[in-house]
Design a protein around this ligand. Structure first.
Ligand code: MSP
Length: 525
């Protein structure tokens, strides 16, 4: 079975991680865990993009050598992802000496294909975007629409990649269903390509913080040319030689590159053309998610409303943030982070609907059934209404996660917990238990609700691995492994746990403790 390789963008180390990079990384983590649970061999790649003028200037401003600056910031990323419990299999840094060798090998192929030519690059450059811009000709002081900072004029001889030769190839590639996803993003790329692909410069002169271009003294690679190749370097094992032909057996092509919508063009147009030029396979899909705003406003340092992932993690925990971002924002569309809605959803869905359900059911079971899961043939039956509800939830959740529809998947799981709450309230075992002859039917009710809680936890595993683990522990069960592995797990690790009836009647239930703390945020995040 081919490896399911997926990537986050390689984050610039000009600054620490922000909510945008955290969002992409959390979503990729859910995909990676889900695919592992489905029995796929997964290679989940993230890392840092460390070259270019922007980073050189940031380091200078901090009075550091670029390498020292990159070491510190990339270590910060690595550490942050560890604390968010991100299950990446690889972490690539583009300042890794092996990456440099790979860039050289790749460039040699592109040059041999006749796709590198010298040309004069004139234009307005945004250092923060690391991209040439097309400001209106009448503007005497052009500035970047995203960064609101003045553009810099460039006029130099650069090496160009002959993208224009790939017009047809790229047109047919983006016509492939699912290559650019979601469909709304595809139109954007189609429009860009329909405008006619122009050669783009892949080297810079007078830039020291970059990889020197072999055979072209004075040139260093344009940061994007080098950065995209990080996806390939990441796949090679440390003991592998730098051999592009090995990549096919190491997980290339990637199944999906998950990115923000602002860097779609690089991934869906420039990157596949570069790969075709080097005689390599193109990725299966490029998924461009939307942008997060905060209380309706763009997040920015100048506005002072940036959400810091470190603080968010410390104050709210990984489950709360994962739940809100994945359950509330349709993946692919823009989303707005609203503190009130965030706390409401976390408290209603996780603390009340799921957490309290488990807590009260387990307390009743312990009280009336000698601290154990009540044994019940009736509860075990596939005909039980909750068994049927669980079956439906499982189908919807799996089908949704397969296509990155986290929202629908999360809602299906939540709906299952809502049905279990409804069942418990309708049956009112606390009343039934007053008559001894109802003992069997109370056992059936409690068994079925506890079993539903178990299945809720199993289904939540890819989305909220930490909460899932705590729920399972409350049922006396081990978590289902879905962390970084790199190896195929056959049969799928969750195929058995997903079956109704996994909870054993008579097994001891630990002392109930709340699995999810309510969020009580007194000040803005
Ligand atoms: N270094 C390049 C990527 C190279 S990939 C070979 C880069 N890095 S970045 O750190 O600037 O951006 C990383 C990601 O964060 C991008 O996917 C970008 O879309 C995303 N986001 C930045 N701000 C965002 C929001 N406000 N909301 C959601 N995602 C956002 O680009």
């Amino acid at each position: 079975m081919p490896t399911y390789t997926l990537t986050t963008p390689l984050y610039y180390v000009n600054d620490r991680a922000h909510l945008g990079s955290t969002y992409t990384t959390l979503a990729c983590d859910a995909i990676a865990r889900f695919q592992r649970l489905q029995g796929q061999s997964v290679c989940f790649i993230t890392g840092c993009d460390e070259h270019g003028l922007k980073i050189q200037r940031t380091a200078e401003a901090a009075g550091l050598l670029p390498q020292a600056h990159c070491d510190a910031v990339s270590e910060g990323y690595r550490d942050l992802w560890r604390r968010w419990q991100i299950s990446n299999d690889r972490f690539i840094r583009t300042t890794d000496p092996r990456h440099r060798q790979l860039v050289e090998a790749f460039f040699a192929r592109v040059e041999a294909s006749g796709d590198v030519v010298e040309g004069r690059q004139q234009g307005w450059y945004c250092v923060a975007c690391e991209e040439f811009k097309d400001p209106s000709a009448s503007d005497p002081e052009p500035s970047c629409a995203i960064h609101l900072r003045p553009l810099e004029w460039r006029d130099e001889v650069n090496l160009f990649f002959r993208l224009s030769r790939y017009q047809q190839a790229i047109e047919s590639l983006i016509a492939r269903p699912g290559f650019v996803a979601p469909p709304s993003r595809r139109r954007e790329v189609e429009n860009f390509v329909a405008g006619g692909l122009k050669d783009f410069s892949i080297s810079r002169q007078n830039l020291t913080w970059g990889i020197p271009v072999p055979g072209h003294p004075g040139h260093t690679f344009y940061v994007w040319f080098d950065a995209l190749l990080g996806y390939l370097s990441a796949l090679l094992d440390p003991s592998d030689p730098i051999d592009l032909d090995l990549l096919a057996s190491r997980g290339w092509p990637a199944r999906v590159h998950v990115i923000g919508k602002d860097i779609l063009r690089f991934h869906a147009v420039f990157w596949p053309a570069m790969l075709l030029s080097a005689g390599m396979e193109v990725p299966g899909s490029v998924f461009g998610h939307g942008f997060l705003t905060r209380e309706g406003q763009k997040m920015g340092k100048s506005l002072g409303n940036v959400l810091d992932p470190e603080q968010l993690l410390e104050r709210c925990g990984t489950d709360a943030v994962r739940w809100y971002l994945l359950r509330d924002i349709p993946f692919g569309e823009d989303g707005d982070f609203q503190q009130q809605r965030f706390t409401d959803l976390v408290n209603n869905d996780l603390a009340n609907t799921i957490g309290n359900l488990l807590n009260r059911t387990s307390s009743m079971a312990r009280k009336w059934f000698a601290g154990c899961v009540p044994p019940s043939q009736e509860g075990l039956s596939m005909e039980h209404p909750l068994a049927q509800a669980a079956e439906r939830a499982r189908e919807v959740a799996i089908a949704s996660l397969e296509v990155f529809d986290f929202r629908r998947g999360a809602e299906a799981i939540l709906q299952l917990a809502i049905e279990a709450n409804g069942h418990l309230n309708d049956r009112a075992p606390w009343k039934l238990m007053k008559q001894e002859e109802n003992r069997d039917s109370v056992a059936a009710d409690l068994y079925a609700v506890l079993e539903t809680c178990r299945l809720v936890a199993v289904l939540l595993t890819p989305l909220l691995p930490d909460l899932a683990t705590r729920i399972l522990a409350q049922l006396g069960l081990e978590p289902i492994p879905c962390g970084a592995s790199g190896t195929a797990a056959i049969p799928p690790p969750w195929s058995e746990p997903l079956r109704w009836g996994g909870l054993r009647g008579g097994s001891p239930l630990p002392e109930p403790v709340p699995v999810m703390q309510r969020l009580e945020l007194e000040s803005p995040l």
